[in-house]
Design a protein around this ligand. Structure first.
Ligand code: ZN
Length: 419
């Protein structure tokens, strides 16, 4: 995942344009993601697919002809969706189009202007202080033309045609935690699930923020009844603990699965209620869509100083944190896949576990093949009304332990799976 992030880091992504295509084509080296193109002007609910933006070069040159701001050094130097410009101007005039972060004077901020026609440059505050009075040459060699909105989609069919959505945005230029970590993690989840036996079908969506999710939802309204759950994945590679933001419904199976997994994982993990802000969970959880889609990240958007700056780089994201997020996502998926319902076939008093090799032979042993208490909980609550996640919650035992107990009881002929 870290290598993939390093490979994708230089591309100049935006909500449309060749940076997204380049990114998705690189992903095709790992997974069979399909690239979709939606024409400019397509109406999508209350929005319209915008003109496509591409950029070749941009700079500000001083009177000596030196590039004092240079897109080739960092694509964050240009305000995303800047309209083309070629002009000469004083420092004062130029200054109206410059963006800095005085509180972090060595970092370049990330700024965009998708829906108002503007141009601008971003730079470190300390570099702004170094600009002298005089005339500057400004060039943004960009185009804003009729074209397409590009997104990626991969569908993996399971035993059931009920779907789990895994979503990540793909519209940020050179920044790693937001958002390359989400792209890399979602890609590797698709790889892992592609090789697994699947109860549910899975749909992986690589969409530009806001307009991409709105576009996909507008074009796929007929799919909504089949979507059982979903997860918006972002900020997956920093050192912070996990943040799970519940769906608007708040009590969906995905919400309970994520809470269950985070409760039993170490670290400073947080569960927060839904709010209509953040990433594209706000589209999936708009009142007319209202899907059970939650959002998983480590540090959440806007809460760490490097967020939306040049300091969100290859040092902020580390392989061990990506691996940890990957493991947590697979655990959440395991809960969804394994949340089945059973009936105890010997419900009158406890069955004799020792005779079936399920009871610790020597009293007082702490290491057991199957957790004894988990066996008793599964037997007790497998009355047809409770699923394994209900049992894990009530027993306050990790889902995986309950699942193992259920498998052992099933193999011993003590449980029958329902539905
Ligand atoms: Zn962002």
């Amino acid at each position: 995942m870290y290598e993939l992030i390093s490979e994708l880091y230089p591309f100049c992504r935006s909500i449309t344009g060749d940076g997204v295509r380049q990114t998705l084509r690189a992903l095709q080296g790992h997974i069979d993601v399909e690239i979709h193109e939606v024409p400019t002007g397509t109406p999508v609910f209350d929005w319209t697919v915008p003109r496509e933006w591409n950029i070749r070069d941009a700079y500000v040159k001083n009177a000596e002809g030196d590039r004092v701001i240079d897109f080739r050094e960092s694509n964050l130097h240009v305000v995303g969706y800047s309209v083309p410009v070629r002009a000469h101007m004083t420092l004062e005039e130029l200054g109206r189009n410059l963006h800095t972060l005085p509180e972090q004077p060595d970092w370049i901020p990330y700024r965009t202007s998708y829906y108002a026609e503007r141009w601008g440059f971003c730079l470190a505050y300390n570099d702004l202080l170094g600009l002298s009075e005089g005339e500057y040459e400004v060039c943004v060699d960009s185009s804003l033309e009729h074209g397409h909105l590009t997104y990626g989609e991969l569908y993996l069919r399971g035993d059931s045609d009920e779907e789990i959505l895994l979503h990540t945005h793909v519209c940020h230029p050179s920044m790693c935690n937001d958002n390359l970590s989400g792209i890399a993690l979602t890609t590797y989840l698709a790889k892992a699930l592609g090789e697994a036996r699947r109860r549910y079908s899975y749909r992986f969506l690589f969409l530009p923020g806001t307009i991409g999710a709105i576009t996909w939802l507008a074009l796929n309204e007929d799919r909504m009844p089949r979507i059982r759950a979903g997860l918006v994945i972002s900020n997956a590679g920093d050192s912070g603990g996990f943040t799970y933001k519940k769906s608007r419904r708040g009590d969906g199976e995905i919400d309970r699965a994520a809470v269950q997994v985070l409760r039993h994982r170490s670290g400073d993990n947080r569960v927060v209620p839904f709010s209509p802000y953040g990433y594209d969970e706000r589209q999936y959880c708009s009142p007319g869509i209202n899907l059970a889609v939650g959002a998983l990240s480590r540090s959440s958007y806007g809460t760490y100083p490097e967020y939306h700056t040049s300091a969100d780089n290859l040092d902020l994201v580390q392989p061990q944190f990506l691996a940890d997020t990957y493991a947590a996502c697979l655990e959440i998926i395991d809960v969804l896949e394994g949340n089945r319902r059973y009936r105890n076939l010997n419900p009158k008093c406890e069955p004799q576990l020792g005779r079936r090799g399920l009871y610790g032979q020597i009293g007082g042993q702490s290491e057991k093949a199957v957790d004894q208490l988990a066996l008793l909980w599964v037997l007790n609550l497998s009355d047809g009304d409770h699923r394994l996640l209900d049992i894990a919650e009530r027993a306050e035992v990790p889902f995986g332990v309950i699942r193992e107990a259920a498998d052992a009881l099933g193999a011993a002929g003590l449980l029958e799976e329902l539905d």
